[in-house]
Design a protein around this ligand. Structure first.
Ligand code: CAA
Length: 410
């Protein structure tokens, strides 16, 4: 039984819109772009036009004003079509725009969030470095204060949309000796001298997406572009990940569904030993597991989305959802390839792309191992969440959908 009965008309409508976009405009051409290892230049502007890039940003800040369950459903539909479209949402919406909504001053929201939510500007998130992934505090990028500006130097790696974004949320050390308390966050724009970007080629998966590196060479960033207080960078980065991980997990839910739907279709089409393979018990077992994983991940989406809507701290639940959904999307993709047999090994069918695409999400935004450690620490009482200076705004219709204020550019 589906639990769609929990969804309201707004949520259903947004899901229908994205499902239609995916079915008509993405699925028919995605294999070709994946093979070319290039991002279709039409997708980002089209997502902007449809309002997807600001789906859960308040109307007053240029967004569509939908709730966080809708954000999850949109990510599920996008990744049902291809992982790279959900990655766009993770970095542009989850890791960047939502951080501006949470931590930005009114002036920063007007200057940066409004054009991002409208899809006029694209945004990326720069935390990871060649030598600092899971261990965020090991980063070596620096931000040295000189009068009313900061001078940023360093190199960021595995940055989605590195060569496409106009705005970058960069975390760097303002006090290199102070560990996680010595980090600060900055809004860097592509037009600042010293910002250099490039693409990374030869990835296992998400080949239709854009992944790259960002170098910062004596980049002068004005004080008004610092996000939050000096020294708050680690907390801001972690709060960004609370938002980004939700979109990753919701997308992985869509990938499990993709594996399930393609496997069911193939199990009806393909016959062995005189009957459709769906009638063989071991194929049935794989289908049953995939359905179970999809339903469990969906329930987590509704649970975490509801917590976010209510403005409840959800680091623990989001981490569990991210770990569960991404791990099971890898398993679902392995099973889907197995069900397709030799055809699953070729790009004639989409399941080999699903398998390649599934692997990234158990690594980025917190490896499965980091999430297991965190979940165990919560359970054992070694980890507890403290209230933040700026909590993510709860979903409040008055705030999210109320009259738009005059925004810059209007
Ligand atoms: N929100 C706000 N604050 C938080 C927080 C959160 N979610 N989590 C922790 N904090 C705060 C803590 O309250 C603590 O505050 P105090 O200093 O006041 O005590 C402070 O931050 C330090 O927290 P911890 O002691 O929990 O820090 P830790 O060192 O134990 O954290 C870790 C370790 C959990 C492993 C963390 O470093 C982590 O999550 N690592 C994984 C990083 C990651 O996901 N990287 C992926 C980057 S994005 C990407 O992949 C690229 C892309 O483009 C997709």
């Amino acid at each position: 039984m589906s639990i769609d009965f929990l969804l309201n008309e707004d949520q259903l409508q947004a899901r229908r819109m994205v499902r239609e976009f995916a079915a008509k405009e993405v699925m028919p051409v995605i294999a070709e772009w994946d093979r070319k290892q290039e991002m279709n230049p039409a997708f980002l502007p089209r997502m902007a036009e449809l309002g997807i890039l600001g789906i859960s940003i308040p109307v007053r800040y240029g967004g569509q004003g939908f709730d966080y369950i809708t954000l999850g459903l949109v990510c599920e539909e996008l990744e049902r079509a291809d992982t790279h479209l959900r990655v766009v949402m993770s970095v542009h919406h989850g890791l960047n725009s939502q951080a501006l909504l949470q931590w930005g001053t009114e002036e920063q929201k007007q200057r940066f969030l409004v054009p991002q939510a409208r899809g006029e500007k694209y945004a990326a998130f720069c935390l990871t470095e060649p030598g600092a992934g899971s261990d965020v505090a090991a980063m070596t990028s620096t931000a040295r204060r000189v009068g009313d500006r900061y001078i940023l130097n360093g190199e960021k790696m595995w940055i989605s949309l590195a060569t496409k974004a106009h705005h970058f949320l960069v975390v760097a050390k303002t006090d290199p000796d102070a560990g996680h308390k010595g980090m600060s966050a900055f809004i860097v724009t592509r037009d600042m001298p010293g910002v250099i970007t490039g693409d990374i080629h030869g990835k296992l998966g998400v080949r239709a997406g854009s992944t790259g590196w960002v170098k910062l060479e004596d980049v002068e960033v004005p004080l008004e572009n610092r996000l939050g207080e000096e020294g708050e960078g680690f907390k801001i980065a972690m709060s960004c990940l609370d938002n980004g991980r939700y979109t990753v997990a919701a997308g992985a839910t869509g990938l499990i569904r993709a594996c399930l739907e393609e496997s069911v279709k193939y199990a009806h089409e393909r016959a062995t030993f005189g009957k459709p393979i769906g009638e063989h018990q071991l194929v049935k077992q794989k289908i049953a597991y995939m359905r179970q994983w999809y339903d469990a991940a969906s329930l987590m989406l509704y649970k975490v989305g509801t917590m976010k809507n209510r403005g409840l701290r959800n680091t623990r639940e989001t981490g569990q959802f991210k770990w569960y959904a991404t791990d099971h999307s890898v398993q679902a993709a392995l099973e889907a390839v197995q069900i397709h047999g030799a055809y699953g090994f070729s790009d004639e069918y989409p399941v080999e792309r699903y398998l390649r695409n599934s692997k990234g999400a158990v690594i980025y935004e917190g490896t499965s191992e980091i999430h297991q450690l965190m979940q165990a620490d919560y359970e054992l009482g070694y980890r507890a969440d403290k209230p933040l200076r700026c909590e993510m705004p709860a979903y409040d219709v008055e705030f999210f959908q109320g009259e738009p204020q005059a925004v810059a550019g209007d």
